[in-house]
Design a protein around this ligand. Sequence first.
Ligand code: PDD
Length: 289
Amino acid sequence: MPARAYVNGQYMALSEAAVHVEDRGLQFADSLYEVAAVLNGRLFDWQPHLQRLRRGAAALFFDGLPTDGVLTGIARRLVADSRLPDALLYIQVTRGAARRDHLFPRDVRPTLVMTIRGFDFAQRISQQSRGISVISLPDQRWARCDIKTTGLLPAVLAKQEAKAAGAFEAMFVANDGTVTEGSSTNMYMVNGDGAIITHPLSARILPGVARATLLKLARDNHIPVFERPFTLADAKSAPELFLTSTTAPVLPIVRVDADPIGQGQPGPVAARLAGLLWDEIERQTNWRV
Ligand code: PDD
């Protein structure tokens, strides 16, 4: 039973899942989402995804989000019903369906959607050994990028532009020259001392779950971490760059625009961090390549 969905209390095949046309997620992107990894039939880093969803719900004044226990129960049932060992679990919560009006509707319950579909994490291992390229683009998003809303149009356009340029990802650069993050990833540079530098948590970036796990693993393994801004020029002259996300745990960046990074090959710090992250994945889920 691959690709399953849950919509407001009902379980079904993903192909049958639907919401109301006046859902505020559709009409206003008045909605939040999460993407969590399922490896070996187990949810990876699940609690931080729930915490971020709850934080977003508070920021947007969503009422009536089910408890963590209920959300976890739905997620586990989708994993079990789908029998997919390796998958992505998607959650979306909207303010609900109501007659179109910008103002918050009264007496409306949030729409809750969860879906699960298969995902090949092993493909990332070969990408890790080859490295990927990115293009730099102006960061044209809103001023609350710390909230994981489905208002993703700037990310959609940027990712498409990256693909057209033969690149895997777009690296967003703010007006002041700072690299914020990728269109759907967090960005890191390695300095000449082998330390990791990444944009500090702020309203300019999403607090990535993979970011938090990676920085903890780095610190636990005595790899220095500096959460401070860096510029596109810093990035292009760094010995190593890499990105992280739930769907791309530590991918080395070997080219930005036309410029090779370091030797134009994945470097040792990213390789070490990738190893640490796969070990953590194995620890939590027993997943092995
Ligand atoms: N993207 N930054 C942005 C803008 C993102 O959209 C994401 C996640 C990340 C990484 O966050 P995490 O480590 O929690 O996955 C950073 C998801 C995977 C997506 O939109 O598909």
